[in-house]
Write a protein that binds this ligand. Sequence first.
Ligand SMILES: Cc1cc2nc3c(=O)[nH]c(=O)nc-3n(C[C@H](O)[C@H](O)[C@H](O)COP(=O)(O)OP(=O)(O)OC[C@H]3O[C@@H](n4cnc5c(N)ncnc54)[C@H](O)[C@@H]3O)c2cc1C
Length: 392
Amino acid sequence: MSGGMSFELTEDQQLIRKSVGELLKKFDDHYWSEKDRAHEFPTEFYETVARGGWLGITIPEEYGGHGLGITEASLLAEEVSRSGGGMNAASSIHMSIFGMQPVVVHGSPELKQRTLPRIARGELHVCFGVTEPGAGLDTTRITTFARRDGDHYVVNGRKVWISKALESEKILLLTRTQHYDDVAKKTDGMTLFLTDLNRDHIDIRPIAKMGRNAVSSNELFIDDLRIPVEDRIGEEGRGFEYILDGLNPERMLIAAEALGLGRVALDRAVKYANEREVFGRPIGMNQGIQFPLADSLAHLDAAELVLRKATWLYDNGKPCGREANTAKYLCAEAGFTATDRALQTHGGMGYAEEYHVARYFREARVMRIAPISQEMILNYLGSHTLGMPRSY
Ligand SMILES: Cc1cc2nc3c(=O)[nH]c(=O)nc-3n(C[C@H](O)[C@H](O)[C@H](O)COP(=O)(O)OP(=O)(O)OC[C@H]3O[C@@H](n4cnc5c(N)ncnc54)[C@H](O)[C@@H]3O)c2cc1C
């Protein structure tokens, strides 16, 4: 090999793909369809992944994980999604993988010891509490407030869209410990906790939504929640800075999941296009059907390359904001477009639940909105990378 540039996965990385693919074969489309329809958490799937040791893929070895990189985690996420499990499968596990990054980097040894090994074993379900109804994408405008009271904080406020809160024991909770108007820099004065989701002080209400229904997303009403100081991550007032550590990995994993959904949708579309005969020939012979699928293959392949570059940069300790954002943007677009075309290829049957592409389509749609909207990614590229004025 010359020049050090390689487009090949290592043997270990290829093994991750293969092992995860094999492991998930028993969770077929019918399993996911049923879980989605019944709004039921995929416990059997979650436990299988946990028993396989995959939940601790990025958790340091001293805390019971494998200490692997985001490259490996993104391969896992892609295979999970590609298995047909899509976002239902991915969101039942991905918080355990990228969500703990602020704890790994800034948590006290005691907090890490108390939580990370349990996450790696699959015993501890966690959710991520950032979004608020009144703040939207402007996270600095959150108002959930943590007031210090001796060796505790007392928290009041409201969160929205918190995925998996119903099933979680703990929440990674972003609060303000100083009001917006009292800080010099708007990102100052926020504090992050990893604490019990105490149902006596937090009312959790699921939101009826378009898809990905095996994993709940919830409104949280927090009323005088007492949090011990030991549950604080790092220093008071620096919470915003800490969540930034998790954002690039989150974007890369979401990109991998979008890619996986696009790939599985494309597989289904090709199969159907080759089998379904209308006007005396397989519909896939028509360029009106074949070209959009070929075009999606090209876009998925291109998006995958940017994702590989982004994870490589991150794992090698290099800045990756531009690439992580671009990967999320391109994978979300390519993944969504592939599911839309897969649906079109199936004609009326695309609209039926029986062929599963309708489910993929609903799930791929969310990746253009969350965890960060496509517009905010373009904002980032426009202002940070191109040096244009900010609208945010
Ligand atoms: C299924 C699902 C699961 C989620 N899970 C979680 C979770 O577990 N934890 C959590 O904390 N949050 C979660 N979220 C919330 C998610 O992160 C937000 O919905 C997302 O960040 C968008 O924020 P918003 O909904 O408040 O949109 P808003 O901020 O209200 O924005 C509305 C629209 O305006 C656009 N817009 C706003 N300002 C600008 C600007 N300056 N330039 C261009 N466009 C702009 C946005 O791009 C968007 O399209 C989830 C959301 C969904 C749908």
